[in-house]
Design a protein around this ligand. Structure first.
Ligand code: SF4
Length: 421
């Protein structure tokens, strides 16, 4: 632990214009994770384009998402829009018998016309139960950031989970299947039984919640889901996030302690993957060590990543900003992040750009909209969104995570060399 961490560092609150993607983006990874779900965005052509371009080649696969386009005429006739939505859903479910969970996803246009998706979901759920469950959440871009879509989606599922009194662990956050399997394997080797995952891969997974449920978050952007689970009586296990060797060990140890796992057993299970992770991180860390980094607020992974990059890769953080700072969730990471960087919440993009230019960081982590202009000014950047799309959690991905940050620096060095020749 550093002598003084950043938990009590005064937070620079920024409340100005911000540059972020909206919560619809989460559909791109959620639809891969939940194999019997369909995400129906109730939005405009802009929303449809965003999804199609973000989803890239996936559009050619059998899609598990689509957009019910609100035409201009719908903006005038609310009743027609409700009827039309019900018709679209009925047609979709008749055509696609593989759909067991349908999410009606709100957007800016549906919110502007105050389309009541909650009521529509209830009505449609009653009509199509028990085969299909219909839920709703908002992916709207007004005052949000792109990872909030997953949070809203998971939070929408919590109230309808069945009750259980069983003592159990719930992992919360959508991880690529291969990473989720690695985590479940480590927990099984530690002797922890009754582990469920939210979001479950299918509706029939048997996932339930109750007063004897403890949960560990695998993503730091799940504030709404955290609150919804607590309302169902579950208890959160606070821990640093499982990024890098140290973060993964601290996360696993917090869970292990909760279940009374002995230190000797813990060491026997984790020693070998810890050594592999340290070795893999060390390779990339030689490029990163001594370099400075500046985080714009975007993915909400910023604080745990700053902890990883400063402690395990030897980087120096200048500013670490996140869209929201929930100390109940990122407090353990703030404890480990040594005092020094500016900790900021929210965004005032022009002022922040000035601070970034003045400090000339070696690497800037930011959204796509800021990356190109900053690159043109000679600053190396990393797209925050890539960190959410890539497998980066737990021991076996620790080296890849460090590599995501070292690559832009190595590329810059190579370009400099070529220019000099
Ligand atoms: S939800 Fe809003 S911000 Fe997102 S694509 Fe649709 S209109 Fe744009």
């Amino acid at each position: 632990m550093p002598e003084t961490g950043c938990r009590d560092t005064p937070i620079l609150k920024q409340r100005g214009q911000h540059e972020v993607f909206c919560g619809l983006t989460g559909i791109i990874w959620l639809h891969r994770k939940m194999q019997d779900a369909f995400f129906l965005v109730v939005g405009s052509r802009t929303c449809a384009h965003l999804l199609q371009s973000a989803a890239g080649v996936m559009i050619f696969a059998e899609p598990r998402f689509g957009t019910a386009i609100l035409e201009e005429t719908d903006l005038a006739g609310l009743k027609d829009a409700q009827d039309e939505l019900e018709r679209v859903v009925t047609d979709l479910l008749a055509r696609r018998s593989d759909i067991r969970q349908l999410f009606l996803v709100g957007s800016c246009p549906s919110e502007v016309i105050k389309l009541d998706l909650g009521r529509a979901a209830e009505k449609l759920s009653a009509r199509h139960a028990p085969k299909v469950r219909v839920l709703n959440y908002s992916g709207s871009g007004i005052e949000t950031t792109f990872t909030e879509g997953e949070d809203a989606c998971l939070a929408a599922m919590v109230p309808v989970l069945p009750n259980t009194d069983q003592r159990q662990l719930m992992l919360v956050g959508a991880l690529p299947d291969v990473v989720e399997d690695q985590a479940l394997d480590l927990l099984a080797k530690l002797g922890i039984e009754n582990v469920s995952v939210l979001p479950a891969r299918t509706l029939d997974s048997g996932i339930a919640v109750g007063p004897n449920t403890v949960f560990a978050l695998t993503q730091p952007f799940l504030g709404g889901t955290h609150a919804a689970l607590e309302r169902r009586g579950a208890r959160h296990i606070p821990a640093p996030f499982p990024f890098g060797e140290e973060g993964t060990t601290a996360w696993l140890w917090a869970v292990a302690r909760e279940f009374g796992v002995e230190q000797a057993c813990f060491d026997a299970v984790t020693d070998a993957p810890r050594a592999r992770a340290r070795h893999a991180v060390a390779k990339a860390a030689s490029t990163l060590s001594g370099k400075s980094i500046f985080f714009f607020p975007d993915s909400q992974l910023e604080i745990p990543l700053a902890r990883f990059l400063t402690r395990e890769c030897g980087m120096h953080a200048i500013e670490v900003s996140a869209p929201f700072i929930h100390k109940g969730i990122v407090g353990p990471d703030l404890d480990l992040l040594a005092e020094g960087p500016t900790i900021a919440e929210g965004q005032d993009v022009d002022l922040q750009l000035e601070r970034c230019r003045a400090s000339r960081p070696d690497l800037t982590v930011c959204g796509l909209g800021l990356a190109n202009p900053l690159e043109a000014e000679g600053l190396a950047t990393k797209w925050a969104i890539e960190l959410v799309f890539s497998p980066v959690h737990f021991y076996e991905q620790a080296g890849d995570l460090a590599g995501l940050f070292s690559r832009p620096l190595r590329r810059r060095d190579m370009l400099k060399l070529e220019a000099a020749e």
